[in-house]
Ligand binder design. Structure first.
Ligand SMILES: *Cc1c(COP(=O)(O)O)cnc(C)c1O
Ligand code: SF4
Length: 370
């Protein structure tokens, strides 16, 4: 695929100050087919998708993310992640509304407590860009379902009352859609709980709205360390100087950075694509943390790959490049079983205490266990 993009030139009258202002980017998000058609050549399928599927799970695209799109190729990885298609209307019989049974493990609304010592907190249902493959699309993008303040207060109270919780994941939607003050207030509350050892922020803003990470915000957040920030890059087309700048500010401020990639058919189910992405991430001091098998949320069957493609990707990385670039490939089990890692098989034979392994290059080695 050509690396041609529409670029900023599609917004000729916009000043640098506007373009680099995250609030301008938020306000100017592309919400309709007509707006998008001014920037790229929409195919009839995309046009129909925006009217039909966009009515169920809205379209929203920051000008920045749209500037990375290919002007004519509908297979462009940015277009496929952001523009609705009619395929989203197909519900596969194995798909469910709440694949990870998040509601079932909710002791209070807006908080999932599935593992013994950590919780996932849903703070908002807004995101700068609505990813077509989102596994929370039953909630995300629906302003009616946004967590009210009272709900958030109850969730924080639950954490305060539950000493086993030492790790809090602040998720959404995208918590960085909060303005600076409410965001800082929320983290202040969570940080004031003595048994909370670490806080992780889950945000796709480095990918879809890197302008959000102003030096002022990063400076205010760094008082809450140890803070982890996990983001969601899926393709090298998202690896821009703007994204690198945001990640640099965060890494310089002491954030521990990780990436979650979702395995998406025709977008990144290719070992070379993942390797390029992961090596770029490492240069920005971001550790590739997870590759997620696309889960069973409704209307995303067209993104789902065989599990073997994920295993093949791990096999193509391990040994061939830095171990730091090798994430965990996981299936988040439908029904709320949690994440299960899948790894290529390196043990060829196990007889008594004699184990025969295959290394990354396919050579066999014998090891005697204790
Ligand atoms: C993924 C997840 C976590 C965090 O899991 P780690 O393996 O520690 O990253 C916590 N709670 C829920 C509900 C999750 O889905
Ligand atoms: S940023 Fe995350 S929560 Fe928001 S639409 Fe994308 S995948 Fe869903």
């Amino acid at each position: 695929m050509s690396s041609q993009t529409v670029s900023r030139n599609a917004w000729p009258h916009v000043t640098d100050a506007q373009w680099n202002d995250w609030q301008w980017q938020q306000q100017q998000r592309i919400r309709t087919a007509d707006q998008l058609a001014k920037i790229i050549t929409l195919t009839p399928e995309e046009h129909e998708g925006i009217t039909q599927a966009g009515a169920l799970f809205p379209m929203a695209i920051t000008p920045y993310y749209a500037s990375l799109m290919h002007p004519t190729d509908p297979n462009c990885p940015i277009r496929r992640q952001a523009i609705p298609t009619k395929e989203e209307l197909n519900i596969d019989p194995n798909e469910v509304e709440d694949p990870l049974a998040e509601e079932k493990y909710m002791p209070v609304p807006g908080l999932t407590h599935r593992y013994p010592d950590r919780v996932l907190l849903y703070t908002t249902h807004n995101c700068p860009v609505y990813c077509r493959h989102c596994n929370r699309k039953r909630k995300v993008g629906d302003p009616e379902s946004a967590a009210p303040r009272a709900q958030l207060a109850r969730a924080v109270q639950y954490i305060r009352d539950t000493p086993a919780i030492r790790d809090v994941l602040i998720s959404g939607g995208d918590p960085l859609t909060y303005a600076d003050n409410p965001l800082v207030e929320m983290i202040t509350d969570i940080r004031s709980i003595p048994h909370v050892e670490i806080v992780r922020i889950h945000t796709r803003n480095p990918v879809t709205l890197p302008q959000r990470f102003t030096p002022e915000l990063v400076e205010r957040l760094k008082q809450f360390h140890p803070l982890y920030l996990n983001t969601h890059f899926n393709h090298p087309a998202e690896c821009t100087p703007e994204a690198a700048h945001a990640l640099m500010l965060l890494a310089n401020a002491g954030f521990v950075l990780g990436n979650h990639m979702v395995l998406l058919k025709g977008i990144n189910d290719d070992p070379e694509v993942v390797k390029t992405l992961n090596l770029w991430l490492l240069k920005q001091r971001v550790r590739p943390y997870y590759i997620f098998q696309c889960d069973s949320a409704q209307g995303i069957a067209h993104f789902r790959t065989p599990v073997q493609s994920g295993i093949d990707i791990i096999q193509s990385l391990r040994g061939f490049t830095s171990g730091l670039a090798v994430p965990h490939y996981v299936v988040d089990l439908t029904g709320g079983g949690g994440k299960v890692p899948l790894v290529p098989e390196y043990l060829v034979e196990h007889e008594g205490k004699k184990m025969t392994f295959k290394n990354y290059a396919g050579e066999h080695y014998v090891y005697h266990e204790g």
